[in-house]
Design a binder for this molecule. Structure first.
Ligand code: FES
Length: 87
């Protein structure tokens, strides 16, 4: 599990091992648009202010992935205990 911090509200959303970050956000009432849910389309791409995403998408380029300033919550997870999201 890891935590997402919603920058605009300070809300903390815990992502359980058996759910995606997008599912945890939705359950917490935080809207993120989702389409493919497989890391392909980029619809869910969300800016990351702090923390290290564990990228599992096929949408970003290697350079974008390495920058760690955005991630796809439909499938990607976190390497750090927390990700601060620009939401
Ligand atoms: Fe398509 Fe996340 S919904 S990449």
């Amino acid at each position: 599990p890891f935590e997402l911090v919603i920058a605009s509200s300070g809300q903390i959303v815990t992502v359980a091992a058996d759910q995606t970050a997008a599912q945890a956000l939705e359950a917490a009432g935080v809207f993120v648009p989702v389409s493919c849910e497989q890391g392909v389309c980029g619809t869910c791409l969300t800016r990351v202010i702090d923390g290290q995403p564990d990228h599992r998408d096929a949408f970003q380029t290697d350079e974008e992935r390495a920058a760690n300033d955005q991630f796809t919550p439909c499938c990607s997870r976190a390497r750090s205990p927390r990700l601060v999201l620009d939401l």
